[in-house]
Design a protein around this ligand. Structure first.
Ligand SMILES: Cc1cc2nc3c(=O)[nH]c(=O)nc-3n(C[C@H](O)[C@H](O)[C@H](O)COP(=O)(O)OP(=O)(O)OC[C@H]3O[C@@H](n4cnc5c(N)ncnc54)[C@H](O)[C@@H]3O)c2cc1C
Length: 414
């Protein structure tokens, strides 16, 4: 694969940009691969990438029923942070955040990582106490965060009203190296690198069945034929329970739509990410100028990937006291993605009850930020049978009661 560079852009400019090769191949599925990954979202593609890069396993197919990155990966609000409370979470999210720092160079693909800083507002005394505790935990974990007062919040984000009558801003948990990245570029960058290593990315190919023999996986049935494999990774977010049912086991996962919306584009007015968890809304400004606004999950389980009117009203109403300027903006579009939530709001990166099947799911409302770390850990688990980063996130923790409770850090926010 030809490298992208300033010289390549200049050369192509002279050739009217007709000479670019396709970023990834679209091959017909082969009869057998060493590893099949179901789901070409960020986590599936990152898993494939690190299988090749870190472990030399390249007989890999990534199978996607729709289009690459068309699931939650291309639908999220792109917040990247690692200020979680529990040690195992801080470890994997910080690994991911630090990989994001150099991902564009690593993949030779601009994922537009923008460490502009993320603040989580404290708008009740309870929240202020909780975030101070998180700062102490993060200090011990080696994650750089700090507690900042209301005046500093206002300096960092002048459009904010910090003296709201119901929910004044008491301070914030600030992570200066948190930020955003371009979501679909992350999927595209990994896909291009996987294709370059000789892996097959097969789109428009739905897995309809999982074949096993003597308690061991042997392959998958798809809408484009049978594919045999030695190891199978299920990385399908909100459809994890559906795929697990095909393999004959159940998962402690609930699936529901999570919604987001964007405003009309306006001039640059906010260069940080703000999350307001008490009122329940979060916002950043995209490079196009749109205010990117995240809401909550639907109050019932479902598999619909669309928005609903009352969510626009609820989310904008929640934010307007703190961001009065929102009342003068038109909302442009909204959408939903199917998120996969566990009871402790932590992911599952694990072996499964069927030998050879591995699970990566349960990232719920906050897995975009984890993509590089998750792929790193899942690849290690699939290649070596063990991964220190993944070990605490095993499926057995639900039976053994070893929950990694992140419901404060992840249950609402992203
Ligand atoms: C509105 C919204 C806002 C969010 N905001 C944030 C945020 O700000 N920060 C953050 O960190 N996270 C956020 N998230 C969460 C984040 O998007 C997800 O955790 C993450 O993208 C999950 O990635 P994935 O690769 O596991 O899943 P996906 O990207 O959903 O990929 C799974 C893929 O599996 C495919 N698939 C399913 N079934 C089959 C089958 N039978 N055969 C073949 N393929 C199949 C799907 O088509 C899909 O493409 C948000 C999510 C939503 C919906």
């Amino acid at each position: 694969m030809k490298r992208y560079s300033v010289f390549a852009v200049a050369r192509q400019a002279f050739a009217h940009h007709q000479g670019w090769e396709k970023a990834w191949a679209s091959p017909e599925p082969r009869a057998r691969y060493d590893v099949v990954i179901v789901g070409a979202g960020g986590h599936g593609l990152a898993t494939a990438y690190y299988l090749g890069r870190n472990h030399g396993i390249t007989s890999v197919a990534v199978i996607e029923k729709g289009w690459l990155g068309g699931g939650n990966t291309g639908r999220n609000t792109t917040i990247i942070r690692s200020n979680y409370l529990q040690d195992p979470s801080a470890a994997i999210y910080e690994k991911a955040r630090s990989l994001y720092e150099t991902l564009s160079q690593e993949l030779n693909y601009n994922v537009m990582f923008s460490p502009r800083g993320v603040m989580m507002l404290a708008q009740t005394e309870h929240e202020a106490r909780g975030y101070r505790r998180t700062v102490h935990a993060n200090l011990l974990q080696g994650v750089e965060t700090e507690w900042i007062g209301p005046q500093r919040v206002k300096e960092l984000c002048p459009i904010m009203n910090i003296d709201g009558p119901r929910y004044p801003v008491l301070g914030a948990l600030w992570q200066p190296r948190g930020g955003t990245a371009r979501h679909d570029a992350v999927a595209w960058g990994y896909a291009r690198a996987c294709s370059d290593m000789g892996m097959d990315i097969i789109q428009q190919c739905e897995v309809t069945g999982i074949r096993t023999e003597g308690g061991r996986v042997t392959g998958v049935s798809t809408t484009r034929g049978e594919i045999a494999c030695g190891r199978l990774g299920l990385v399908v977010a909100g459809h994890s329970s559906v795929l697990a049912a095909m393999a004959g086991f159940r998962l402690p996962i609930e699936s529901a739509a999570l919604q987001a919306l964007v405003s009309e584009p306006i001039k640059p007015c906010m260069d940080v990410v703000v999350m307001a968890n008490t009122v329940h809304g979060y916002m950043s400004q995209s490079d196009k100028g749109e205010m990117v606004i995240g809401g909550g999950t639907d109050g019932f389980n479902n598999y619909t990937q669309r928005g609903s009117w009352h969510h626009i009203e609820e989310t904008v109403r929640a934010l307007i006291e703190t961001f009065p300027m929102l009342s003068r903006l038109k909302m442009l579009r909204q959408w939903g993605g199917i998120v996969d939530m566990t009871g402790d709001r932590s992911p599952i990166i694990s072996r499964s009850p069927v030998e050879g099947i591995f699970l990566n799911c349960g990232w719920g409302t906050g897995g975009f930020k984890a993509i590089p770390g998750s792929g790193w850990a899942m690849a290690e688990l699939m290649a070596r049978g063990h991964s220190p980063l993944a070990a605490p996130f095993g499926l057995e923790r639900f039976r053994e009661g070893r929950f990694i409770d992140e419901s404060v850090a992840a249950g609402v926010a992203h």
